[in-house]
Design a protein around this ligand. Sequence first.
Ligand code: PLP
Length: 426
Amino acid sequence: MAPPGPKRSRDLLEQPRRFWRSFRLAESPSVDTPDEVTHSSDLWDGNWDEVRDAWDLDPSRAHLNHGSFGAVPRLVRAAETHWRGLADANPMHYYRTLLPPAIVSARAAAADFLGTVQDALALVSNTTAGVSTVLAALALREGEEVLLTDHAYGAVALAVARFAGAAGAQVKAVKVPLTATDEEVVRAVADGITSRTRLVLIDQITSPTARLFPVRRVAEEARARGVTVFVDGAHVPGMLPVDVEALGADFWVGNFHKWAFAGRSVAGLWVAPSWRPQIQPLVVSWNEEQRFPAAFDQQGTRDGAVWLALPDALRFFESLEPERLRQYNNGLAAYGQSVVASALGTSLDGVGGDPRLSMRLVALPRGVADTGEAATALYERISRDLHVEVAVTSWAGRGWLRLSAQAYNAPAEYERFAHGIAGLLR
Ligand SMILES: Cc1ncc(COP(=O)(O)O)c(C=O)c1O
């Protein structure tokens, strides 16, 4: 099918373009960071080139996969550089005097952002680390079961397989159709629970399929049956407002380095009060006796700059006016999905798309990228030939494109990709 005609594009583009024209950085509080880090600017009042200039992304490429690794704004990196400069100028003073209280402040800012208190939240490097930390503490036993869905993140499923395998426990992945309603998701998980189920590990926003799962209701069902609940919220901070306490889970983990603009890598691991005495970092270090969460603050000599710059990243995020930013990103992701699907001639029926999310799927034609290897090969071709960065995945025996939208993206990038991918697969 031909790429979308100019008229259709112009109509669909009108709203995002109007939005850009009125998009301004809000006034933000002054912060205790070096001079070159500024949180107020008129970046958003100009054209898109100026907007994009807040990031150091390679301008020759369309970056349509914010979801996988995020993108660090230049001013956040400047804050990291500031902290590294202090470490290099006087390592003793930095590690002995500056770092410990600054990590506590970063943790407090992170907790506040997630609607919780600092005693409930440990900083960890990433969601992957948080998952293994919790699985290690659970001490699964022979004959028990861990329940996932078939939308779970691959590396998380590998961690579950390792810990369950070592304990002689089983892993069960329940199938959830791509366009299952909330009710159907809850039922699929609840029906998968047996008397042996020890843990339900459920994604809040799924990675291969860009679904928003009703985790509060899943947690309710699981806990009513005495089953521990762990929510993988890797994509949540920044993409959705978070009130982690309200989810009713035992554990929750989410990355700040995806949608909250932090440097790589920093994540928050939230733990319900009854579990806190049992949760320890995988790496033993000097804060061992302080237990959760302070035990996580120090892990030998490590570069803490990214964690210390987290409050700057969160202030940058807030300064973009989260609701306006989300509205823009979610609308742009929907627009991207429609132009790319229409260029490929693949239907959106049965694919879905949640207006609350900034990621959308497009089905590839049958037989394209339907295995992991084929998906990797197609990604490499797209990157090399089209100069577009996009997630290509295979899920449920079929190839998919997962498109993200972030402030640095513009509608024209999705149009260019739509045109290019249609030509590439012709
Ligand atoms: C749902 C989900 N869980 C876990 C992860 C792993 O995150 P990280 O690589 O930061 O550990 C991801 C990364 O994309 C994810 O999407």
